[in-house]
Write a protein that binds this ligand. Structure first.
Ligand SMILES: [Zn+2]
Length: 240
């Protein structure tokens, strides 16, 4: 059993308002909105904890919230959901209660976490949505990218990520075409059952799934996620 209260306590210590967006299987799910002004043009979604046995995503989101983002907030606003699947986080299971993989359930109507996330997304449109994951079989990092204009930045993200650790040599399969070594395309064949393809279809012109190997230490996994995020924001910032 992992302690979810430690997560909510870390959130409460932040100097930002924590919004309860719903309760799933008696665990609260929170969002944090970061913005320096209402008209910040680029809106970014950051999510972790989709799979409960992948704590590095939650850790990366918390470290993002705990650091000083004042420079980024001049250009970006953020919607941050630190832990989508608190039941799985506590019980160290990929799935939520009832053996449901939330990341395959975004076309399913009666999953508590899906309903909570969809409600939180509302009418939001994002310049980038990034979802942090882990891979138990991998020996290095890799990532998936979806982009409506197909001007992919994944190869540059992978180059930056190599400063944190090696790339995974194996192709993850899953019907994802290669964009570059270690960079795979969020395929249209996935439909919209997963959060990221759902977001690409309805809410975000650009999506990234960052995958770290569980064999790395937690700090290294979190650093990998934040390097991917920061590099993506830097490229977006410089491109316009
Ligand atoms: Zn995952």
């Amino acid at each position: 059993m992992r302690n979810y209260t430690e997560i909510t306590e870390r959130l409460k210590r932040l100097n930002v308002s924590i919004e309860l967006i719903g309760t799933a299987h008696s665990y609260p799910i929170h969002q944090i909105r970061l913005a320096s002004s209402a008209d910040t043009p680029r809106h970014i979604l950051i999510t972790g904890g989709m799979h409960g046995d992948e704590p590095a995503g939650v850790e990366a989101v918390l470290q993002f919230l705990e650091r000083n983002n004042s420079t980024l907030l001049k250009e970006f606003s953020f919607l941050v959901i630190p832990c989508i699947n608190p039941y799985g986080y506590v019980h160290n299971t990929r799935e939520t209660l009832g053996d449901i993989d939330i990341n395959r359930a975004f076309e399913t109507g009666d999953i508590a976490e899906v309903a909570i996330i969809k409600k939180a997304l509302g009418q939001n449109q994002f310049s980038l949505a990034i979802d942090f994951h882990e891979d138990y079989d991998a020996t290095g990092f890799y990532l998936y990218e979806g982009k409506r204009d197909e001007k992919y930045i994944g190869p540059d993200l992978a180059t930056a990520a190599k400063t944190i650790g090696p790339m995974d040599p194996d192709d993850p399969g899953e019907d994802a075409p290669d964009l570059a070594e270690g960079v795979y395309k969020v395929a249209t064949s996935w439909g919209t059952q997963g959060l990221t393809p759902y977001l690409l279809h309805f809410h975000s012109e650009h999506v990234i799934i960052s995958e770290t190997p569980t064999v790395w230490q937690l700090e290294q996994r979190a650093a990998l996620h934040l390097t991917i995020l920061d590099t993506a924001l830097k490229i977006i910032s410089e491109s316009t």
